[in-house]
Design a protein around this ligand. Sequence first.
Ligand code: F6R
Length: 246
Amino acid sequence: MKIRVFENQLEAKTAAAEQIADSLDGNSAKLVCATGGTMVEFYREFCRTNQDRAIDLRGVRFFNLDEYYGIEMDPALPEGKDQSFARYLSDNLFRPLGIDVDSQVRLVPHREDGLEQYRTELACSGGELITILGIGKNGHIAFNEPGTMIEDSIRVVNLSEGTIIDNYKANFEAFGYSFDEMPRKACTIGPREILSSNRIIVLCFGKTKKHAFEQAVFGTIDASCPASYLQTHENVEWYVDSALLR
Ligand code: F6R
């Protein structure tokens, strides 16, 4: 495991974006993409780097890491009203980079065969598997909440109350949604798929993530902190800021 410490979030996100963009240039790869507040600026830096360096992403397939259950992307809705992670990736990554639909693999759990199709695509597409993660305050990675077992795979899960509240405050509230309208379920790839990646990049910043970071990196490997499972992988890079370590 490598821990790369930066003075601030922007420096860390820029370094991660440049590293990943360079490694994708002209290569076949599968890039599994997290969403969330942390990732917005990272994707901005990633798009900028790709444009500045004219990175060739034609061999890359992009996978949604997770998705709310029952929410389908609706391009007719204004930004913010459509809270699907598919829309988030479309707005922050695919449209700015001009990634065509055939190179995007979504998780559509409520459709028959939705999960099976995703599983097949993830297993069959060629190239290195690179997974980009954020981390929840309770140590979740993707939507693998505490209690997740290391062998758990792609599946529909119940979200913890803390995660529902965090996501409501961070995203839904400002767009006029009531707390009752919050999705209580999601679909997520599991530790099994995450740990099958060739390379895992985790972005983790600020003092609110300090406890989760410490548990994940130095704590016991167990279900109370699913991010601790990353200790079992030989190629994990953590990008953190100094505020996290203070
Ligand atoms: C989102 C995801 C989540 C977030 C985590 C951190 O696709 O998988 O695990 O990465 O909840 O979210 P932020 O960055 O909003 O703190």
